[in-house]
Design a protein around this ligand. Structure first.
Ligand SMILES: NC(=O)c1ccc[n+]([C@@H]2O[C@H](COP(=O)([O-])OP(=O)(O)OC[C@H]3O[C@@H](n4cnc5c(N)ncnc54)[C@H](O)[C@@H]3O)[C@@H](O)[C@H]2O)c1
Ligand SMILES: [Zn+2]
Ligand SMILES: [Zn+2]
Length: 379
């Protein structure tokens, strides 16, 4: 099969590799019809993780079931399925509680597994023609009859729509509350979409890229362009000096200061500044325990100069982590099915697998107009 292989920093290529296949009786084999490039792939693409060369990337996957293992009961050949980026076993202490992003058995010695991901187990990615899905009955979301018609919406259930939703959940957002979202990448845009659907009164989205901010405005949010204005001042002005009830971090450890230099504390400290006393902050942007290529000594050790004093004084809360996709994907699929959610709005490029390497380059450069790339391996 053809697959996108990581060769080293800033170097991926499409190569012929052995076909993915059923390895355990509980596996399902999927012919991938859509697979996305994610901001999380870029941490690996840039060589900022321990991702091994020779591995297949891709954790935002959907397709058609073409074979099921002998112990698979529910999922059938021909089903159109969307796969949560987290792989769960379904029977461990965390999966039982719905915390499938922290499965205790699929990646022994750690908590959480995923396809084509650094430190998340040996599973290959889905930027390929075929994908092996472990514990198929548990992990496959079988889609309704409009699966093909709304494929570009449903594929977003693999990660960014549930992750954006999770950011607002972690922040504690209630209908009628205000929220500031840092980052207008796909995840931040989906957090804005979620906040609008949940009935937030004011939704601010902060970034420096006009094309991404224009999408935020289309979703009904108020864009805050950091290359034109001081985000903190602007949000305080627009909330009568009070700040927002809630805030979301949708950027991660490679966030930049106003000069475009990496400063891993930038978004967290801005969130403390723009969130009201007693407000909640949800952090889905990825932060890592070690980052040897970081700009500062603190960041190299996964630490940051965090404004803990202000945070404590304001009595705020922070909640963090991977989105437990399965906790949301079934209900979010209903929102798509009934036209209440339209995550495909943010797609800028729909390409063949062979165009993947060039797409990585452009998306990594946050080149103008490259907001979200979907790849079609069977096209
Ligand atoms: N927790 C999870 O389950 C989960 C799932 C998917 C993605 N992620 C993470 O979410 C983050 C965002 O993903 P994405 O696909 O949207 O990535 P992206 O890289 O496309 O978008 C990040 C955006 O943040 C902006 N940005 C940089 N510095 C900023 C600052 N100081 N203030 C405001 N905006 C700033 C960039 O201009 C960019 O538009 C990544 O860290 C990704 O790994 C987490
Ligand atoms: Zn992703
Ligand atoms: Zn588990």
């Amino acid at each position: 099969m053809k697959a996108i292989i990581y060769n080293g920093p800033h170097d991926v290529s499409v190569q012929n590799v052995p076909d993915a296949r059923i390895e355990k009786a509980t596996d399902v084999l999927v012919r991938i019809t859509t697979t996305n490039i994610c901001g999380s792939d870029l941490h690996m693409y840039e060589g900022r993780t321990s991702f091994e060369t020779g591995r297949i990337l891709g954790h935002e996957n959907m397709g058609e079931v073409i074979e099921v293992g002998a112990a698979v009961d529910r999922v059938k050949v021909g089903d159109m399925v969307c796969l949560p980026f987290n792989i769960g076993c379904g029977f461990c202490e965390n999966c039982e509680r719905g915390l499938t992003g922290y499965c205790l058995t699929v990646n022994p010695g750690s908590a959480g597994g995923a396809y084509g991901f650094a430190e998340m187990g040996p599973y290959e990615g889905g930027q390929a023609e075929l994908l092996r899905v472990p514990y198929g009955d548990f992990n496959c979301l079988v889609l309704p009859e409009d699966a093909k018609e709304k494929e570009d919406d449903y594929v977003m259930l693999s990660d960014i729509l549930p992750t954006g939703w999770h950011a607002t959940e972690l922040s504690g957002l209630l209908p009628g509350e205000s929220i500031a979202i840092y980052g207008a990448g796909p995840v931040g845009l989906m957090a804005a979409h979620a906040a609008m659907i949940k009935g937030a009164s004011q939704v601010f989205v902060v970034d420096s890229h006009p094309d991404r901010l224009a999408l935020a405005a289309k979703l009904g949010a108020t864009p805050i362009n950091t290359s034109e204005t001081q985000a903190v001042d602007q949000i305080l002005n627009l909330t009568h000096g009070k700040g927002t009830d809630r805030g979301c971090e949708c950027v991660g450890y490679q966030c930049c200061d106003k000069h475009g230099h990496e400063a891993n504390h930038e978004t967290m400290n801005n969130l403390v500044a723009t969130t009201k006393p007693t407000g909640g902050i949800g952090v889905v942007g990825v932060f890592v325990p070690q980052d040897p290529n970081a700009a500062s000594d603190l960041a190299k050790e996964g630490k940051m100069a965090f404004d803990f004093g202000s945070f404590w004084f304001k009595g705020q809360q922070i909640r963090t982590g991977q989105a437990n996709v399965k906790a949301y994907n079934r209900r979010l699929a209903e929102l798509i099915h009934h036209d209440r959610a339209k995550p495909s709005h943010i797609i800028s490029h729909s390409l063949k697998l062979s165009e993947g390497p060039e797409a990585y380059k452009q998306f990594d450069a946050r080149a103008d107009g490259w907001t979200k790339v979907v790849l079609k391996p069977s096209a």
